[in-house]
Ligand binder design. Structure first.
Ligand SMILES: Nc1ncnc2c1ncn2[C@@H]1O[C@H](COP(=O)(O)OP(=O)(O)O)[C@@H](O)[C@H]1O
Ligand SMILES: [Mg+2]
Length: 352
């Protein structure tokens, strides 16, 4: 992966260029925290400890460093002049799903994928992580992926299985897909917010990244109580993700879980008996909400490798795959509709 031209601004001493309380500069120098990379690479608590300053001073320090190194925000006028107004898309690797989503997952805003456990959210995120690395001519962005795991270990074995088939299908991709995926494990809510505020901007400035996956946004927040402080953290998380998407023209995929409800629910949810978690605070931060679910239908296909349910044996082994559905719950540019797909050993595939 190539280093970006602006990486020097992350490693040089920037303390004298910041417009902040001189006391902070003295303490930062003493602690050896002089470059944006060192400062933003540490968590809020670590900086408090290292510099021996109050949380208030550390927040001012971090805010000053962030606005000093992050690229200027782009206005609608700038976009119209540079021709960057239309977002690029990442293919899902399936023609029908791409057509359904108007070209794939857009490099703009936050795309949420929600659905019950086992519905296929992680499978889609893994396939997108491969597709993002394809060159633009093949529907990708030709860039790497930041994959933030909060629920369980990153599914390395499954990714490798998908890579094998993916490489056979796409000859134009990178030599190693796994080298282009930067995996970060996050244990709790505070670390997630810290990661998205400080470590992720650092990574995006230094590496060529086109997709950020958050798998999932729900678990660290659900584990905690739904109080005002958590709502603020959720807001900070969503706001920061939007800033990063707009600044770097990247796709953000946030995976969410669902919770059961009785009867019909509101416009932010789903017509069935489940709704995405995290309530209206999060729903208002999401640009596109997609719901993934299993249907009662099955399709049969020839078996490639231990996957699906073996249906019958003759000269070929036929397996049966559960048909799943990707449904648009809300999206500014798409109508409310759904598209079927299956998960096979190869990954996500269209239903013909
Ligand atoms: N190698 C495979 N072959 C076929 N189906 C698979 C394979 N690996 C996972 N799946 C399917 O994907 C489902 C899990 O999807 P996943 O994306 O992990 O769910 P979640 O929505 O909880 O993230 C499994 O229940 C299984 O049906
Ligand atoms: Mg999952």
């Amino acid at each position: 992966m190539m280093e970006s031209k602006g990486s020097h601004k992350w490693t040089k001493n920037i303390l004298d260029e910041l417009d902040i309380n001189p006391k902070i500069v003295v303490c930062a120098k003493k602690a050896g925290c002089v470059s944006a990379s060192t400062i933003l690479g540490a968590s809020h608590n670590e900086l408090e400890e290292k510099l021996g300053l109050s949380s208030f001073h550390i927040k001012n320090f971090i805010d000053a460093v962030t606005s000093h190194v992050l690229p200027k925000k782009t206005s609608a006028w700038d976009l119209s002049q540079t021709g960057e107004g239309d977002p690029k898309h990442i293919t899902l690797g399936c023609q029908n799903l791409d057509n359904f989503l108007g070209g794939g997952v857009p490099a703009r805003g936050i795309t949420e994928m929600t659905g019950q456990s086992g519905s296929g959210k992680t499978q889609i995120a893994l396939q997108l992580s491969l597709c993002a690395q394809l060159p633009p001519a093949a529907g990708g962005l030709g860039k790497g992926v930041a994959y933030i795991c909060t629920e369980s270990q990153f599914p390395t074995a499954r990714l490798q299985q998908m890579v094998k088939y993916f490489k056979a299908k796409h000859s134009q991709g990178p030599a190693s897909y796994t080298d282009g995926i930067f995996v970060h494990h996050i244990p709790d809510m505070d670390s997630l917010v810290d990661c998205v505020r400080y470590q992720l901007p650092c990574l995006l400035s230094q590496r060529s990244i086109g997709l950020v996956v958050l798998d999932s946004v729900a678990s660290p927040f659900r584990a905690e109580e739904s109080n005002m402080e958590n709502k603020n953290l959720l807001y900070t998380l969503g706001y920061q993700l939007h800033q990063l998407a707009a600044t770097y023209h990247i796709a953000i995929v946030a995976i969410n879980q669902v919770t059961s409800v009785i009867g019909n629910n509101n416009l932010y949810g789903h017509s069935g008996n489940v709704v995405p978690t995290l309530g209206l605070t999060w729903a208002n931060l999401v640009t596109t909400r997609l719901m993934i679910g299993r249907t009662d239908s099955h399709v049969q296909a020839e078996q490639t490798e231990g996957s699906g349910q073996v249906k019958k044996s003759s000269s070929k082994t036929i397996v049966e795959y559960n048909v799943r559905e990707l449904e648009v719950i809300f999206c500014p540019w798409l109508g409310k509709k759904s598209c079927p797909f299956v998960v096979t050993s190869k990954g996500i595939e269209d239903v013909e």
